[in-house]
Design a protein around this ligand. Structure first.
Ligand SMILES: Nc1ncnc2c1ncn2[C@@H]1O[C@H](COP(=O)(O)OP(=O)(O)OP(=O)(O)O)[C@@H](O)[C@H]1O
Ligand SMILES: [Mg+2]
Length: 255
């Protein structure tokens, strides 16, 4: 993929919901230096569902965090639509994240003192918008959370906390949802519900979804799969099947 510069205005640049341009992230220095991302350029088209796969430590979370403005790259840039995240002041970045992005964290990141319901509506409440009650009821009902809404995170199982984290990202209907292993702690029924809701939010509402997963069955819900190894994109699949995913995964693990 050609590396776009900031002056470049190609149509793919215009339609991308999010884009990384030569993104590199290193941690530490000298002997302990780790290159978590190595010159990654990628665009996520609006209205597309992408899954990111790859071995543990290959840079998946780092890529998502840099693209969502939760971490800053060592070099290169991350764009949300036509906004270069590095050009934003701290307050503007916070507002952009809140208004335009939903993020499902690998470690849930729920607020311990708030109930499940308060956690789910928090981004909408902070943005000063009205919660769409019908959509809230549908999402929490489908995720089996209806009778858990008044509980605090410590009173919920790991899978329930993960479903609350998914509901929180879905209820505010952001332009783009990033999910870092959003189904990693879920049984197959809950996992299928989360993936079906994400799929429908792309097909019905034109949202853009990017998830990290280790599960070929989950990844098969996506339109496109990117495979990372050692901080680089090494393979890409479109309209993936479970078989094609498993075959690429076994090839990459041999690298
Ligand atoms: N804060 C940090 N300090 C130093 N190294 C880090 C830091 N965060 C991540 N790394 C390193 O960067 C590399 C990529 O980490 P990352 O969390 O992106 O991997 P991942 O693909 O999400 O893995 P997993 O599937 O285990 O979640 C790893 O080698 C990791 O140890
Ligand atoms: Mg990770």
């Amino acid at each position: 993929m050609p590396t776009a510069t900031t002056a470049d205005n190609t149509s793919s640049t215009d339609t991308a919901a999010a884009r990384a341009d030569a993104l590199t992230k290193t941690y530490g220095s000298g002997d302990t230096k780790v290159t978590a991302l190595d010159n990654v350029s990628v665009s996520f088209a609006a209205g597309e569902f992408t899954a990111i796969m790859g071995p543990s430590g290959s840079g998946k979370s780092t890529l998502m965090h840099c693209m969502a403005g939760l971490d800053t790259p060592t070099s290169g840039s991350a764009w949300l639509g036509t906004t270069d995240l590095a050009s934003l002041k701290v307050k503007e970045l916070t507002k952009t994240r809140r208004d335009r992005l939903g993020f499902i964290f690998q470690s849930f990141n729920l607020v311990p003192t708030l109930t499940a319901e308060e956690n789910i509506t928090l981004p909408t409440d902070i943005a000063g918008r009205k919660v769409d009650r019908a959509w809230f009821d549908e999402v929490t009902g489908r995720l089996g959370l209806t009778d858990r809404l008044s509980h605090r995170p410590a009173e919920l199982s790991g899978g329930q906390q993960q479903r609350v984290a998914c509901a929180r990202a879905l209820v505010s209907r952001p332009e783009i949802i990033f999910g870092d292993e959003p189904t990693g702690n879920l049984d197959s029924n809950s996992s299928a519900e989360v993936l079906a809701i994400l799929r429908a939010s792309v097909d019905r509402d034109g949202q853009t979804v990017v998830i990290v997963t280790h599960d070929a069955k989950a990844a098969a819900y996506a339109d496109r799969i990117l495979f990372l190894a050692d901080g680089r994109i090494v393979e890409e699949l479109r309209q993936p099947s479970v078989e094609s995913i498993l075959s690429v995964m076994s090839r990459i693990e041999e690298l």
